[in-house]
Write a protein that binds this ligand. Structure first.
Ligand code: SAM
Length: 466
């Protein structure tokens, strides 16, 4: 190791920052987060620094740096663009045994500043030993994405119960096993889902347990997988995908997303192709209950958002009735995913002040919509499951007053490398089937915003000519 990683306690301790610009302000802000008392010395302090100095923890001395400034400090940072001043701060600090950092000059530093992932009290510091701060920042971004933001709260909860658990499980091995099961199980998940009281109750119950059967209750995660592009799933969805014991997934969940699920999880296909439901909705509801009762962590993975034409509501109603714990993770719905990837803003100050999502496929197979409400000017209509209702959509919207020239976009397999966008009008939809074979899944967007596609289309999934 070129450097010894340590975490320094500076709460209420005097720290010196030499420099009055943006970088100095960033360092002062960081020191303040750690509770330090900061003295800033610079001939001119920026407005940002002066603002920080309006609190009690920061003093700005607007003058040149003097050797005496460093006396009594526990840490010094030089952030000026004057090489001689930076060097002087470094030498004086080193002579006095005070840790010193000179921004962008590792040769003058006795310590370097890492990139920080802050989930206080959990902190992760990343350093490349000064070799590449950019690489450290990139690494940090990756870590940020998979360390849940509630880790701090989790650590505080553990801290609260630590002594209690120590008394309950005097054996260190047993205690470690206990904490591992808590930190990777239901208590942690409840906390991440914002259910702190339930997490506390579950932790207490686990402590009161015989010690052999912690955390055995199953639960269901109803998770939206987005419209297809795996980069569009949420951090939480990814985490739950990687810890589930069993996955019940729909046809609409793309293969690249399924590839991100924990390798040894059991995969159950629930189907749901139009009119070819592999499992009926009732069987899916019952399956989720049964798997959770077996003590499994069940990931119910659905395309798009589970609460938008996803029947997610019905599934969790059954879970709630049966007393099975669950949580719902939203996903990007097809309308917003496909519209973004097709360069079609769903609302626009000049063209659409409202946007309405409807289904083109109803329970009994007929399209029975409030056409009058849909056929309004300055409104975007998005039809889910409308592929087989295209002639009705065209006919009814025109009959209810929309101009036949109203632009329409059909986005097929949106957000995936196979995405195709067909631009039509309400009138031209009539003979669409003679010109194109539209494949599922396809979403239909109707309204003046579709005209922006030509200008804003940015996602070229297939090479031109394909
Ligand atoms: C049963 S609904 C499910 C909607 C999903 N819950 C959501 O929020 O996107 C299925 C319909 O969503 C639309 N859809 C879903 N994914 C799509 C995609 N990648 N491209 C185009 N349309 C899509 C299609 O209209 C399809 O018929």
């Amino acid at each position: 190791m070129n450097y010894l990683p340590i975490f320094l306690k500076v709460t209420d301790r005097p720290c010196l920052v030499v420099g009055g610009g943006k970088v100095a302000a960033r360092k002062v802000a960081l020191l303040l987060r750690a509770g330090a008392r900061v003295t800033v010395v610079a001939p001119h302090c920026s407005g940002e620094l002066r603002e920080l100095a309006s609190g009690e923890q920061v003093i700005c001395r607007e003058r040149n740096f003097e050797a005496g400034d460093i006396d009594g400090m526990v840490l010094a940072i030089a952030a000026t663009d004057d090489e001689a001043v930076n060097r002087a701060v470094s030498e004086l600090a080193k002579q006095r045994g005070i840790p010193v950092n000179v921004v962008d000059n590792p040769g003058l530093c006795s310590f370097i500043m890492p990139s920080i992932i802050d989930r206080s009290p959990v902190q992760v510091a990343v350093s490349t030993g000064g070799a590449s701060p950019v690489l450290a920042r990139l690494l940090r971004a990756r870590l940020e994405s998979f360390i849940p933001s509630a880790y701090g709260r989790l650590a505080r909860l553990v801290d609260e119960y630590r002594q209690h658990v120590k008394r309950r499980f005097p054996d260190a091995g047993h205690r470690r096993y206990f904490w591992e099961s808590i930190l990777q199980g239901r208590v942690a998940e409840l906390l991440f889902a914002g259910q702190e009281e339930k997490a506390r109750t579950a932790l207490q119950a686990a402590i009161d347990d015989t010690g052999e059967n912690f955390d055995s209750g199953g639960e269901v995660y109803l998770v939206g997988a987005g419209p297809g592009d795996p980069d569009l799933i949420t951090f939480r969805a990814l985490r739950l995908m990687q810890q589930a014991d069993v996955v019940v997934y729909d046809r609409l969940v793309s293969q690249p997303i399924l590839d991100m699920v924990r390798r040894d999880a059991d995969m159950i296909y629930a189907g749901k192709a139009r009119d070819k439901h592999t499992l009926s909705q009732e069987s899916i509801n019952e399956l989720l209950v049964r798997l959770a009762r077996e003590g499994k962590r069940v990931l119910r993975l659905k395309g798009g958002d589970p609460f938008i034409f996803g029947r997610g509501g019905e599934e969790i109603e059954t879970l709630a009735q049966e007393g099975i714990p669950f949580q719902v993770v939203p996903g990007i719905t097809a309308a917003s995913g496909c519209a973004s990837y097709a360069g079609i803003p769903l609302t626009h100050r000049d063209y659409a002040q409202s946007c309405i999502f409807v289904t083109g496929h109803l329970k009994d197979g007929s399209v029975n919509l409030d056409w009058e409400r849909l056929a309004k000017p300055a409104q975007t209509i998005v039809f889910y499951m409308g592929m087989y209702s295209i002639p009705v959509i065209s006919e009814q919207l025109i009959a209810h007053g929309l101009p036949p020239a109203t632009p329409v976009a059909l986005v097929q397999q949106g957000t995936t490398p196979q995405q195709r966008v067909y631009i039509e009008t309400l009138a031209s939809l009539r003979d669409l089937d003679k010109r194109h074979t539209i494949k599922p899944p396809t979403i239909i967007i109707v309204g003046q915003v579709v005209n922006l596609h030509d200008k804003l289309d940015w996602f070229r999934s297939e090479p031109p000519g394909n």
